[in-house]
Design a protein. Structure first.
Length: 115
């Protein structure tokens, strides 16, 4: 079966064409990763302020997640020890805006009385 573009569709998890998607899902599926991106979306934050905003995330876990995000090229640690999104991180945030908007609609639908 071919798609409208004539390209053969990917054949599941083992298809090399899916490797980037699977890597992104694995990274983004780690606990606290999306929350760090969310908190850094408005602008740079120091470790202590980021930790304060992260509720129940331990300092050691936050450090690990920040290292993962730096390794993925999504955030950078500045000379003043603050963290901010890279252009790739900002692009990912833009891509996630639809998910964040959906989550607000979904939450509202849960609180609406049944018709």
């Amino acid at each position: 079966m071919r798609s409208a573009s004539g390209a053969k569709p990917p054949n599941g998890r083992s298809d090399p064409a899916n490797a980037p998607v699977l890597a992104a899902m694995e990274l983004l599926g780690q606990r606290w990763i999306l929350r760090v991106l969310w908190e850094l979306a408005p602008g740079r934050l120091g470790f202590l302020e980021l930790r304060r905003r992260m509720d129940n995330c331990s300092s050691s876990m936050l450090s690990v997640r920040l290292q993962h995000l730096q390794g993925a090229g999504l955030i950078v640690k500045n000379a003043d020890k603050s963290y901010e999104l890279t252009s790739a991180g900002t692009e990912l945030g833009t891509a996630l805006e639809g998910v964040w908007a959906w989550s607000r609609r979904w939450e509202a639908s849960l609180t609406e009385p049944d018709s």
